[in-house]
Structures are given as structure tokens and as C-alpha cells.
Design a protein around this ligand. Structure first.
Ligand code: ACO
Length: 332
């Protein structure tokens, strides 16, 4: 039997054009550019504006661009997974809406929720369908419209998040490239520190939940920071040790963009230089499921076939994980 690996054969990203800068936040809440920049590394973030526009707008733009770029016919796509915490609606899945918008008719599509680790979880899930030779062209989208669940009067959370996302095409290869290994974790006890209090089946929306502002991100920054900084670094080092990779073997670290200090700590633990770390938090903030594909998209021209890439993320749940990826193609 042939053994297949799942290779990323194309990537595209998209962010809306409206921008919220730290200076804008200085007028909205009691904060300063200096505080935001020094504590998080963020200068500005993109915001999707417009009545009725949800995460599917971001996903649709990313997927349309990806199909064009990779010369893929929509009808040839046989699966689409959208990682998001901000679906357009409770149902149907945002993945279904994106598929419909892009003319993807022969795929089965669904959403996956693992908060900021969503793109990693979705990549691993999709890779299994490729490896088992049941599916040939899978699109994995990571996208979020975080502005829809952020309380713009809460200075502790509103400065952190932005909107955006990206999409990758996964295809089978018999070469030793693509997704080589992964380590994924979940710890549901972390829920108390990072969640949205209402809007789900446990506490459906009501006037009371709206008055209590329970439809926004609730985050206890410090405990989440402690878990994130330890676990993201641990899991990035773990994938290296498991595969006998040294820092010299690693071409790139692609870390979730939640906080510059977490990114730097992870790179330090891995023993790699800052120049090898994809960092765009300064311009996009934390786009949750969008951060990793946005990084890969922006760095795509610098990636070479065979580059060893470690992706690492930590998010609500808690969820966290790392992937060892061998890049599958040279720049066009
Ligand atoms: N401007 C000015 N002051 C602020 C602001 C702000 N925007 N926000 C908080 N402060 C104040 C606090 O009120 C506090 O003041 P006090 O000392 O008088 O009480 C002080 O700054 C320090 O607050 P901390 O919360 O201790 O600040 P910290 O250095 O921890 O930074 C942050 C906060 C950026 C949220 C950090 O804790 C963090 O990055 N946490 C992890 C985020 C993360 O990784 N999340 C997971 C992914 S998100 C997802 O899954 C959806």
C-alpha cells in the first residue's frame, strides 16, 4: 500500500481594510500605546465592518484567492474545514457558507472549534483524511471576526484581538514532506479562565445576558498567560525532542500570535533566533484561528521546499499543540 503524507500545496490570507490603532484605543478606553505595545507587542489590528458581514467573508476571500492561486477547480475540492470561534451563526457551519460562496459543491465541510489552536487541530484532522487516501484536495481555513465578541469598553481584552484569516490546500504526496508529526493537548479545566459566558445551550441569550455583557470574550489575563507561556514552549520543544530535531534543523517557528512575550519565550526555549520566527502580531493582533495561516501566507515567498517548520499554538479550552511540517514547494 502506498503511504501518503499531507502536504500544504498553497496558501492565501485575507484581512479587512479597516484598522484600529493603539491611538484609537487611547480615545476609547483608559490605555496607552506604550502599555499595549510593551505588554502585548500589538500596534494595530484589522476590523471587519459592515452590516451582516461575518467570518465567512474572511474565509471566502481567502479560499477564492487560494483556488485562483493554485489553479484548483472548486468542484475538485472534496473537503473543507473551517476553524473558528466566531461562526457566522450557531448553525449552519461557516464552512458550509464558505463552500457555497466559492462554488465548492463536491466537498463535505464542517467547522472545528479549538479556539486559538483551531487551525492546528484542523490541519491534523485534515491530514488524516489525506494519509488514509480517502480525500485528495482538502482546504483548511482558519478565520475569526474577533471584533464581534470583544467588549470595546473592556481595556483588558479589547486591545488584544483583530479580524482576519487564511486558507491552505492540502494534497497527498509520496515524498517525505508535509505534515510529519504533531502533538495535541486539551485541558478542559482551563475553561474557567477563558470563555464566553452566554449564548450557548447552557445559557442561551436573554436580555439579562446582554445586560451583563456575557456575549463577549471573558479572559483572566494572568492565569492564561502562565499556562500559555509554559505549555506553548513545552509543546514546541516536545515535538523537537520526539523527532530528534535540534535548533539547527529548524528553519522557522510559526507561533500563535497572542502576545509577543509568549512568542519570544517559546523561541528562546527552542534555542532559535528571532529572525527565524514568523511574527506579525504588531499589525494584526490576535486573530485567533487566523494567526498561523496569516503568518504562513506572509512568509510564503521566503519558504523553501524541505524547510523544517514548527507550528505551535495555545488557546481557550485550554487547547494547545505543535506540528512539525516540511514545506512542500519553492516560491513561484
Ligand atoms: N491598558 C492599560 N492598563 C491595562 C490594560 C490596558 N489595555 N489592560 C490591563 N491593564 C492593567 C491592569 O488593570 C493591571 O492594573 P493593576 O495592576 O492596577 O491591577 C495591569 O495593567 C496589569 O495587568 P495584567 O493583566 O497583570 O497584565 P499582563 O502583563 O498579564 O498583560 C495580557 C495582560 C496582555 C492579557 C496578558 O496577560 C496575556 O497576554 N495573557 C495571555 C493571552 C493569551 O495567550 N490568550 C490565549 C489565546 S486567546 C483565545 O484563545 C481566544
Amino acid at each position: 500500500m502506498r503511504r501518503y503524507k499531507a502536504a500544504i500545496t498553497g496558501i492565501h490570507g485575507w484581512v479587512p481594510e479597516d484598522i484600529l490603532t493603539n491611538a484609537d484605543f487611547e480615545k476609547m478606553v483608559d490605555t496607552t500605546d506604550e502599555w499595549i505595545l510593551s505588554r502585548t507587542g500589538i500596534r494595530e489590528r484589522h476590523i471587519l465592518k459592515g452590516e451582516g458581514k461575518g467570518t465567512s467573508v474572511i474565509g471566502t476571500e481567502a479560499v477564492k484567492g487560494l483556488l485562483l492561486k493554485t489553479q484548483t477547480k472548486p468542484e475538485d475540492v472534496d473537503m473543507l474545514i473551517c476553524a473558528t470561534v466566531t461562526p457566522d451563526m450557531m448553525f449552519p457551519a461557516t464552512a458550509n457558507i464558505i463552500s457555497h460562496n466559492c462554488g465548492i459543491k463536491n466537498a463535505f465541510s464542517y467547522d472545528l472549534n479549538a479556539a486559538c489552536s483551531g487551525f492546528l487541530y484542523a490541519l491534523v484532522t485534515a491530514s488524516k483524511f489525506i494519509e488514509s487516501d480517502t480525500h485528495k484536495k482538502i482546504i483548511v481555513v482558519g478565520a475569526d471576526k474577533m471584533s464581534s465578541i470583544v467588549d470595546y469598553t473592556d481595556r483588558q481584552t479589547c486591545v488584544l484581538f483583530g479580524d482576519g484569516g487564511g486558507a491552505v490546500l492540502l494534497e497527498p504526496t509520496t515524498e517525505e514532506i508535509g505534515l510529519i508529526d504533531s502533538i495535541m493537548h486539551t485541558d478542559g479545566s482551563g475553561m474557567i479562565h477563558l470563555h464566553m459566558k452566554a449564548g450557548g445551550s447552557a445559557k442561551p441569550p436573554s436580555h439579562a445576558t446582554i445586560d451583563a455583557k456575557e456575549h463577549f470574550v471573558y479572559q483572566e489575563g494572568q492565569p492564561v498567560f502562565k499556562f500559555a507561556v509554559t505549555n506553548m514552549a513545552d509543546v514546541a520543544v516536545a515535538i523537537m525532542e520526539k523527532n530528534q530535531l535540534t535548533s539547527k534543523d529548524i528553519a522557522w517557528l510559526v507561533p500563535h500570535q497572542a502576545n509577543m512575550r509568549i512568542i519570544e519565550a517559546t523561541a528562546r526555549r527552542m534555542g532559535i533566533q528571532k529572525e527565524q520566527v514568523m511574527i506579525n502580531i504588531e499589525r494584526y493582533g490576535n486573530t485567533t484561528c487566523g494567526t498561523l495561516p496569516l503568518c504562513l501566507w506572509e512568509w510564503e515567498p521566503q519558504l523553501r521546499k524541505g524547510d523544517n517548520i514548527v507550528l505551535a499554538a495555545f488557546g481557550g479550552g485550554f487547547t494547545w499543540g505543535s506540528i512539525w511540517l516540511k514545506w512542500a514547494y519553492d516560491p513561484a
